[in-house]
Design a protein around this ligand. Structure first.
Ligand code: GLC
Length: 465
């Protein structure tokens, strides 16, 4: 495999700035590429704390007159070359990557990412990158912009979620990209940044084959455009960062555990039950970790709450989200103390929850790939998932297959979900079967090593094009 020169552009990367799966993948994927010998440069907006970069210095100059007030800063993180774009619309004081200083959705969101896309396209072209690897709508316009460059790097656009497209207007586009006649997706109304990327990237890919199928089956303008493309929409499942998610040596767990030392999970569960204040410390523990939004099936989770006593199951919920669901969880009485919710993003607590949990509940009705179910498998927390997107590519129902690693229900209804949680709860009552299942889940190969060759095949295809 010959090494490629890859410029990887993303709005987020853990630990600098992350709001979820995108930032996680943008952390572990480039590292996995570099481990295979590829020359990777990561391009990011200059959010977050850059003090950990010991060699931070002024980066290359920008030529684009639209970027007069902007500059690159360059440094090394995790052994990878990073370029951070900063300037008036992209500065750490402005709030988060998508919000203003008060936490509201940023009024200049499109300007931020139009400028970032311009800068990424210019840099990739100047440095003769072979591949410009773009992620989500924030960087999608760079695919159109590099086409006008001298060296024309090939573009791969990875879409982590088709729900977020960067909707804009024809007028705004003309202002943001005055020098380009943009081939937006025909009939897309309103036009979107993602549509520009889908129309102009050399290859468009998403984060699981199941999700690719779901997207291609819809009948909006973007799906039509995708169906008409020579490579269609390629689906590759995300890999897990098996270093950050390793139950044998996870600093959040104290003493860790492996497939042969599963008994340690009982101690972790008891510790957690005491810390979270569950009155019954020996009953099985289910956890939910993620955003509290309709797409993730929070309504189903709420329907489960009054069944917990009968199921003899404790439930710990960790996450933030829709104020409507947050209010319900804050004010609803916990029957018999069977459930607790912490309305927070807390990475360390997420590790501890998975260490202690018997079950991970993930009833998402829309899930491009999902990472938490992969993390859970590694920690012997058996996932109960809805058969959506990447969940059906990564979780196989143990009732249907001897290779099963979890429980899957087809329709996102409370009845189907509760019946499936009940089936899982019943299997926990058969410890031998349960431990066999947990061991199988924990020893699955979930890391990037299995996935990178599929990306390399795409890069190869691009470099020949
Ligand atoms: C988005 C998707 C999630 C996916 C992640 C990383 O957050 O919603 O399903 O796992 O991106 O690709």
């Amino acid at each position: 495999m010959r090494p490629f020169t890859i410029f990887y552009a993303c709005a987020e990367r853990w630990p600098f700035v992350t709001t979820g799966g995108l930032g996680e993948v943008a952390y572990s994927f480039p590292l996995a590429l570099a481990r295979r010998g590829h020359r990777v440069t990561v391009l990011l907006p200059a959010y977050g704390d850059l003090r950990s970069l010991h060699d931070l210095r002024p980066g290359p100059a920008l030529d684009d007159p639209a970027l007069r007030d902007y500059s690159w800063r360059e440094g090394t993180a995790d052994g990878l070359r990073h370029l951070f774009l900063s300037g008036p619309a992209l500065n750490p004081e402005a709030g988060g990557p998508y919000t203003d200083a008060e936490g509201r959705p940023a009024a200049d969101l499109h300007l931020r990412f139009a400028l970032f896309s311009r800068a990424c396209a210019e840099r990739a072209d100047r440095e003769r990158a072979e591949i410009l690897h773009l992620n989500d709508w924030h960087t999608a316009p760079a695919a159109a912009l590099v086409r006008g460059g001298k060296h024309r790097p090939r573009t791969l656009l990875t879409v982590h979620n088709f729900r977020y497209r960067g909707e804009t207007s024809a007028r705004a586009l003309a202002d943001l990209f005055p020098d380009l006649s943009l081939p937006a997706v025909a009939d897309e109304n309103p036009p979107t940044f993602l549509g520009i990327g889908v129309a102009t990237s050399d290859i468009v890919q998403t984060v699981s084959p199941g999700y690719a199928e779901e997207i291609l089956a819809t009948d909006d303008a973007l799906a039509q455009c995708l169906r008409a493309r020579p490579h269609g929409l390629v689906g590759i499942v995300n890999g897990l960062d098996t270093q950050r998610w390793d139950p044998r040596c996870d600093p959040a767990l104290g003493r860790g555990f492996g497939p042969r030392t599963l008994a340690r999970k009982n101690e972790l569960r008891r510790e957690l039950a005491a810390r979270w204040g569950f009155p019954t410390v020996n009953d099985p523990l289910a956890v939910y970790i993620g955003r509290l939004v309709h797409d993730k099936g929070i309504d189903l989770l709420l329907a489960l709450l009054c069944e917990l006593e009968e199921l003899g199951l404790n439930l710990a919920i960790l996450g933030r989200g829709d104020p409507h669901y947050e209010t319900i969880l804050r004010t609803a009485p916990a029957p018999e103390g069977r459930w607790r919710a912490r309305l927070a993003y807390d990475d360390r607590e997420a590790h501890r929850l998975l260490g202690a949990a018997d079950l991970l509940l993930m009833p998402s009705r829309h899930e491009p790939c999902g990472l938490v179910q992969l993390e859970a498998l590694r920690y012997g927390a058996i996932p109960v998932v809805c058969a959506s997107g990447g969940l059906r590519d990564t979780v196989i129902d143990v009732r249907r297959s001897p290779l099963g690693n979890g429980f899957v229900f087809a329709d996102p209804t409370p009845e189907a979900f509760i019946a499936t949680v009940r089936a899982a709860r019943n299997l926990i009552a058969a410890p031998e079967l349960w431990h066999t299942l947990a061991r199988r889940a924990m020893t699955q190969r979930l890391g990037w090593a299995r996935r990178i060759p599929s990306y390399e095949a795409l890069y190869r295809r691009l470099s020949r094009a």
